[in-house]
Write a new protein. Structure first.
Length: 135
């Protein structure tokens, strides 16, 4: 599958090439949740915050039941100082996939940012129970 070239280049650190492939597939109307999520992360890492958020919102519009997009958007919003809004997206990710350890972990971080220590503790314990690697 041609899209694998974009993913391979991203994985190998060929970020400009990956970005070209990602945009090409989107311009051609290729709809793939993994494409939107990987491209959004790449944009965010390159400081293209608005583009990253736009891609995740498109992903959510197309794939409203995919928790990865909600998790990524919630985490980005937290990083941007919008913890309260980010928390809503993380909760949605967990509602869609309760055993999504990364979303629980990110919810623990956002809860700390909001001063919700008990909720942070519960979220972190949930993440560790699902995936002990979060220790």
């Amino acid at each position: 599958e041609l899209i694998s070239y974009a993913f391979e280049n991203h994985l190998k650190g060929n970020l400009e090439k990956a970005k070209i492939y990602y945009q090409l597939f989107i311009d051609k109307g290729y709809i793939n949740n993994k494409l939107f999520n990987k491209y959004s992360v790449l944009c965010y890492q390159n400081g293209e915050t608005n583009k990253a958020i736009e891609l995740l919102n498109q992903s959510i519009d197309i794939y409203p039941n995919n928790p990865i997009s909600y998790n990524n958007l919630g985490n980005m919003l937290r990083d941007l100082g919008k913890a309260k809004v980010g928390k809503e997206y993380l909760i949605k990710a967990i509602k869609l996939k309760y055993d999504f350890a990364e979303a629980h972990y990110n919810l623990s971080k956002v809860s700390i940012d909001l001063g919700e220590r008990e909720e942070a503790k519960i979220s972190l314990l949930n993440a560790i129970e699902i995936n002990p690697n979060y220790v």
